[in-house]
Design a protein around this ligand. Structure first.
Ligand SMILES: *Cc1c(COP(=O)(O)O)cnc(C)c1O
Length: 241
């Protein structure tokens, strides 16, 4: 008998697939141009295994400790791991041990730490996306969690120069503050402009990681190549205590 959890996950996944297909249709894009990354934070490795059995290959986590444990428990599966959370430099070594993509590069010090960490691993270069905090364009959202749009070129240059790292593109989360609050479509259009500027300098840095459970349609219409979806597939996470 099929376990109840597998049926739940299959149902969530089918709903999200349907939303992605419909958004691609509305935008005149090929379904193959958008990669679904399932964000499995707070959910057990067994859920990842079930989703892999349903055909998902790309998974994301936002905390190193949890991600490292899941990647180790699932090392027998051919999965692609994306790290999407704020990353401390002292975790760079661990993340470089299992991640294929880091979406949350937001400072030169982290570029340096990842580059040093990758020198000690025997696998392909680590693909790095710059996280853009669109709220910083209007002077809000100080602190970590992304760079202001006018800092992207400098960080991209640092990535290009860093041994072992590959500049892969841009990531954003629709802002809750600033000019784009409540307008994810406008936020993602702005990200696409910044992404076009980046591609002008580095044509291979063509990933655009945008869109979550609440706004994946807006992201796909704007041109996202990767959507990061958690709760719409796995269920609503309990509030962090
Ligand atoms: C949790 C998370 C997601 C997925 O969010 P949902 O709303 O559950 O789809 C996407 N991106 C990042 C960076 C996240 O931390």
């Amino acid at each position: 008998m099929r376990p109840a959890r597998e049926i739940e996950l299959a149902t969530g996944l089918a709903r999200v697939e349907e939303r992605i297909a419909r958004a691609c249709g509305a935008a005149g894009r090929d379904r193959d141009d958008v990669t679904l990354i399932v964000v499995t934070k707070t959910y057990p490795a067994e859920d990842v295994r079930l989703l892999a059995g349903l055909g998902v290959r790309d998974f994301a986590e936002n905390k190193d400790q949890e991600a490292a444990a899941k990647a180790a428990a699932l090392a027998d599966l051919p999965l692609t791991w994306h790290f999407v959370g704020q990353l401390q430099t002292n975790k760079a070594r661990s993340v470089a041990g299992y991640a294929d993509f880091v979406h949350s590069v937001d400072r030169v010090r982290l570029v340096d730490a990842l580059s040093r960490a990758v020198a000690q691993r025997e696998r392909a270069p680590l693909s790095c996306l710059i996280q853009v905090a669109l709220e910083k364009e209007s002077g809000q959202g100080a602190g970590r969690g992304g760079v202001a749009p006018d800092e992207v070129q400098e960080l991209a240059a640092a990535l290009s120069a860093a041994p072992g790292l590959r500049p892969a593109g841009l990531m954003t989360v629709a802002p809750l503050a600033g000019a784009y609050a409540g307008s994810p479509g406008a936020a993602f259009e702005r990200l696409m402009e910044i992404a076009r500027d980046l591609r002008g300098v580095d044509p291979a840095a063509n990933m655009v990681s945008a869109g979550m459970s609440a706004d994946l349609e807006e992201a796909i219409v704007a041109g996202a190549t990767h959507v990061r979806v958690g709760s719409a597939v796995l269920g609503v996470r309990p509030a962090l205590g």
